[in-house]
Design a protein around this ligand. Structure first.
Ligand code: UD1
Length: 420
C-alpha cells in the first residue's frame, strides 16, 4: 500500500506548472465517441481517472494511443461497439457515465451500470435522464443498469432543476447531432462546460452560450476529427495558492486563467493573500501576511467551488478567529474534518456547516485521504504541521493530481511516497 509522507514546517519557493484540467479532459474524451475520426488531445494529464476512461474506450473496441511527445492522446472510435459498455468501470468512476450522451447520439442506444453513490454524496442521475427523455429517448432502469434508446434524437427545451455539471455535459453531447435546436436552461456555467463546447465547435458543432446559464445547440449532421488542448486545471492551481498561504510563502503559478479562479482568489484576498498577474498565464501568490478567518459557502460556478472546500478548510484551521464553511453541493463532503481534528484542528460540524476555530499550530499525524480533494487538504495541512504527516488511501489523490509530490518537492517541500 502506498502512502505519502509530508514533513513540515517548511517555506515554499519557486514556480509550479499546472496541468490541463481533469474535469475538462474527461468529458472531452467521452465526446470523442461522437466522431469516427482521429481526435488528438494534447497536454493530456496522466491521471488515474484519465486512464480509467481510456481503458473503458479500449474495452469498447476504440483505438486509444498515447504519445509522450506533448502528452498527445489520440482516440479513434470508428470501431466502437455500443453493446458492451456495461462494465464495472462505470462504477469505478462516475465520470464514465459521460459516455452515455455521445453513445445515445451516435448509436441511438446505450446501456450502462448505474453509477451509484460515492463517498461525498448520493449523486443521482435524474437530470441526465430527464434531458435524454426530452430529446426523445426511452429510458429504462432495472437490475442495476440504465438503458437509453432512440431512433433519432430531436432538439427540445430542457430546464435543469439544478445546474448539474455532468447533466449539462451529457445533454450537450447528446444534442450536438440531434435534429433541430436544443436549449438547456439553468445549465451549469463551469469553465469546463465552455471548454467542452469549444472542443465540439472546433469539430463542427454549433453551440452558443456555453459557460452561461442558457446554452443553445443547433444540431449538425457530422463532426470532424481535430487536435485540441484543454484548459488548465483551476482546482490544481487553487490548491497551490493555498499551499503558498498555509506555508507563509511566495510562489509563482504557471498555467492559470485568473477568471476561472475569481471566486477562489477573491476569498483568498479577503483572507490576506496578495496576487500579482505575470503575463497571460501566470500569477505570483504572496501568502506571507497573517491570515484572517473567512466564511465560505460552496455554490455552482461562479460561486466558490466545492472542489476547493477541503483545501481551504486546512488553511482556515490556522487562521486567527472563527470561520464558517457551508457545503451546499454535496451532502457528505466533510469527511476530512475528522482527519484535520486528528492533526489538532478545532472544527465542529452542524449538518452542512463546519465551524472552524483557528488554532496556533497543527501537528503531524497518521491521516486518510477520504476523497480526492480531501487528500490534497491533508497534504496542505501536512506542509504546515509540526513533524511528520502520513497519508494513506492516496489512490484518491492520484485520480486528480499529476505528479503531486514532485511538484511540491520542486517548491522545496519535504514530501515523498512510500510503499508499505
Ligand atoms: C462535477 C465534477 C466534480 C465537482 C462537481 C460539482 C467532473 C468529472 N466532476 O461532478 O469534480 O465536484 O461537478 O462542481 O467534472 N445532481 C442531481 N441529479 C443529477 C445530477 C446531479 O441531483 O442528475 C446533484 C448531485 O447529487 C450533487 C449536485 O447535483 O449534489 C452537483 O452534481 P454535478 O454538478 O452533477 O457534479 P458532477 O458532474 O458529478
Amino acid at each position: 500500500m502506498e502512502k505519502i509522507i509530508v514533513k513540515g514546517v517548511k517555506k515554499l519557493d519557486g514556480e509550479v506548472n499546472i496541468s490541463c484540467a481533469k474535469n475538462s479532459v474527461l468529458p472531452i474524451i467521452a465526446a470523442t465517441i461522437l466522431c469516427p475520426q482521429d481526435i488528438t488531445i494534447t497536454n493530456t494529464p496522466i491521471l488515474e481517472d484519465v486512464e480509467v476512461i481510456c481503458t473503458l474506450l479500449s474495452q469498447l473496441n476504440c483505438n486509444v494511443n498515447f504519445s509522450k511527445v506533448n502528452n498527445d492522446l489520440t482516440i479513434n472510435t470508428s470501431n466502437l461497439n455500443p453493446v458492451d459498455a456495461s462494465t464495472d468501470l462505470i462504477r469505478k468512476m462516475r465520470a464514465s457515465f459521460l459516455i452515455m450522451g455521445p453513445m445515445l447520439s451516435r448509436f441511438g442506444y446505450c446501456k450502462l451500470s448505474l453509477p451509484g453513490g460515492c463517498n461525498i454524496g448520493s449523486r443521482p442521475i435524474d437530470l441526465h435522464l430527464k434531458g435524454f427523455k426530452a430529446l426523445g429517448a426511452d429510458v429504462n432502469i432495472g437490475h442495476g443498469f440504465v438503458e437509453v434508446k432512440a431512433n433519432k434524437l430531436t432538439g427540445n427545451r430542457i430546464y435543469l432543476d439544478f445546474p448539474s455539471v455532468g447533466a449539462t455535459e451529457n445533454i450537450l453531447t447528446a444534442s450536438v447531432l440531434a435534429n433541430g435546436t436544443t436549449i438547456i436552461e439553468n445549465a451549469a456555467e463551469e469553465p469546463e462546460i465552455e471548454d467542452l463546447a469549444k472542443f465540439l465547435n472546433s469539430m463542427g458543432a454549433n453551440i452558443e452560450g456555453a459557460g452561461r446559464g442558457k446554452i443553445t445547440i443547433h444540431g449538425v449532421k457530422e463532426l470532424k476529427g481535430i487536435k485540441y488542448t484543454p484548459i488548465y486545471d483551476r482546482i490544481e492551481a487553487g490548491t497551490f495558492m493555498i499551499a503558498a498561504a498555509i506555508t507563509n510563502s511566495i510562489i509563482k503559478i504557471n498555467g492559470i486563467n485568473e477568471e476561472h479562479l475569481r471566486p477562489v482568489i477573491e476569498k483568498l484576498k479577503e483572507c490576506g493573500l496578495k496576487f500579482e498577474k505575470v503575463g497571460n498565464q501566470s500569477i505570483i501568490v504572496d501568502g506571507r501576511e497573517k491570515k484572517k478567518a473567512v466564511d465560505i459557502k460552496t455554490l455552482p460556478y461562479p460561486g466558490f467551488p466545492t472542489d476547493m472546500q477541503s483545501q481551504i478548510m486546512s488553511l482556515l484551521c490556522l487562521t486567527n478567529g472563527i470561520s464558517i464553511i457551508t457545503e451546499t453541493i454535496f451532502e457528505n463532503r466533510f469527511m476530512h474534518v475528522t482527519e484535520l481534528v486528528r492533526m489538532g484542528a478545532n472544527i465542529k460540524i452542524d449538518g452542512r456547516t463546519a465551524i472552524i476555530e483557528g488554532v496556533s499550530k497543527l501537528t503531524g499525524a497518521k491521516v486518510k485521504a477520504t476523497d480526492l480533494r480531501a487528500g490534497a487538504a491533508m497534504i496542505l495541512a501536512g506542509l504546515a504541521a509540526e513533524g511528520e504527516t502520513e497519508i494513506s488511501d492516496i489512490y484518491h489523490i492520484d485520480r486528480g493530481y499529476v505528479n503531486i509530490e514532485e511538484k511540491f518537492r520542486n517548491l522545496g517541500a519535504e514530501i515523498y511516497r512510500i510503499n508499505v
